[in-house]
Design a binder for this molecule. Sequence first.
Ligand code: WT7
Length: 661
Amino acid sequence: MSETLENLSSETRKFPPPEALAAEANVTADAYAQADADRLAFWAVQAERLSWAKKWDQVLDWTNPPFAKWFLGGELNIAYNCVDRHVEAGIGDRVAIHWEGEPGDTRTITYAELLKLVSQAANTLTELGVGAGDRVAIYLPMIPEAAVAMLACARIGATHSVVFGGFSVDALATRIQDADAKLVITADGGYRRGKPSALKPTVDEAVAQCPSIEHVLVVRRTGQDVVWGEKDLWWHETVEQASPEHTAQPFDSEHPLFILYTSGTTGKPKGILHTTGGYLTQSSYTHWSVFDLKPETDVYWCTADIGWVTGHSYIVYGPLSNGATQVMYEGTPDTPDRGRFWQLVDKYKVSILYTAPTLIRTMMKWGDDIPAGYDLSSLRVLGSVGEPINPEAWMWYRENIGHNRTPIVDTWWQTETGSMMISPLPGVTATKPGSAMTPLPGVTADVVDDQARSVPDGGGGFLVLREPWPSMLRTIWGDDKRFIDTYWSRFGAGAGQGDDWIYFAGDGAKRDEDGALWLLGRVDDVMLISGHNISTTEVESALVSHPSVAESAVVGATDATTGQAIVAFVIPRGNVDTSGDKGEQLNVDLRNHVAKVLGPIAKPRQIMLVAELPKTRSGKIMRRLLKDVAENRSLGDVTTLQDSAVMDLIAEGMKSAKSED
Ligand code: WT7
């Protein structure tokens, strides 16, 4: 991207907070004023939400940028904050986790029971020789033991590295090696799409390449056969037999809490390091403020996997530090049928739902009649995270899931930011469909040109963070130089421009005439069409605004005349007939529709109707692969679903892209 991004789309719909919610909201507009007046004092107030064994001496040390220290001199125990203190406060009988297995088996875990489990696991880890500062790899399905294992590590000061249960031997082994982990916590398997799916064989193969591993602790979930090695120990023969008494020791505010690997698009995975006091302060505060959590009455459900940062901050640390009651679900949204999510919302009377655009668009594709079959009246706040949410997907979510009553919070953040950074507050913000709106109180985000100058309202450019924030990553594990190069060297002091350190992690954005922020995807994906920088997100959203489209992915393919040309892959909605001439006609209509919505410059050269889009394990579209498909000359002028050559190429690319990351 040479200069700034074009701002092509405009959105006039606006939804103020429901009056009743605003009247009782946890946070009012005052929070912005307080944070603006004194950002560090604001974060100090939020840190008081936690229970500190020793209070900090200094809120922020930024004397050695970009290495931040938050709440210097403070000491606390994360597990104590997430579990013990709730039991001490007399709410031990409150349900912490309503767990639902994919086959329909259930477990209900109160805070008092969680304390027992976490204490037993902490005692077992200690007995196995794991101590403060050691690394533990966690490779588990979505079962309560995943949260217990994380909290047990936090309790004894061991640093966990959760690896998504769908990752391969290679991905697991390289992560274990990079962190030099001592212990792996895993399971025989988990349930996926109605069948037990094994985990242990992957661990066995990985551990064979990882001499640092001393023990493998195995939860029995499916009962399937496992090969037993000399490092292996059953969870039920160790943890469940251990003493339930354990006194948590406080750790320094900057003690390492976890490493989480992000793959990005190139290079070896980066071990993002998060620490203790600042991380818990911001994940706790944002979970309470952005969802307007009322821990006594709300039932919260985040559909993410614990293997992603969303699961860390908004299944484990945020909700549990707030004493929330939550639903945790093991399986897929279409098992046993496509109504499973809505059946669970109904069953547990979920009031706050946090999910991803990829899921919302899948539900759109499956059709409105599925959620319409369920009573969703318990819902009062809806959240979205992971990708830009197209305005029409946002509207679909609002109408079909929120029944036009519930606010939607579109939350922008990253593995690196640790917690939410840009989001509406449900009792304060009048939201616009598709916009994450404004930085949260205490966060300083900006949209800048290539000289780090703020773009005027109505302009587009690079999304940056101008000031450190409590839950920011502290470094890349073992590689300070890569940390500086990756995040701090594009703008500001790290780029030799001025004295301020400016964080940039790759997203484009625009700020509209009202100052609201719109995320436009990764700047690497920006298309250069006849000298104009056009974001893939805007063209995708224009396509999704056509009533026949459920989902789309847009890439810039090399073009002899225009430099790059726009090629779009489109999944039609479930009820749309694309046979024969109808497919051709839809194709013409869609190209014209985009030209009408965004202007002729954004008219796609070509549209391919497809059944599926290639996605990473965390649900992000693999645009690089689509670009290869779009530039593949042998394809000629394929346009419709019947041309399975496109799907074949996508499938082939998925295989060779080693899609585990
Ligand atoms: C990237 C970070 C944050 C937890 C899950 C993803 C994209 C995330 C949004 C949003 C537009 C979003 C960005 C970001 N992203 N949330 N609300 N609107 N884009 O964590 O895997 O580290 O990915 O996801 O591109 O940089 P992650």
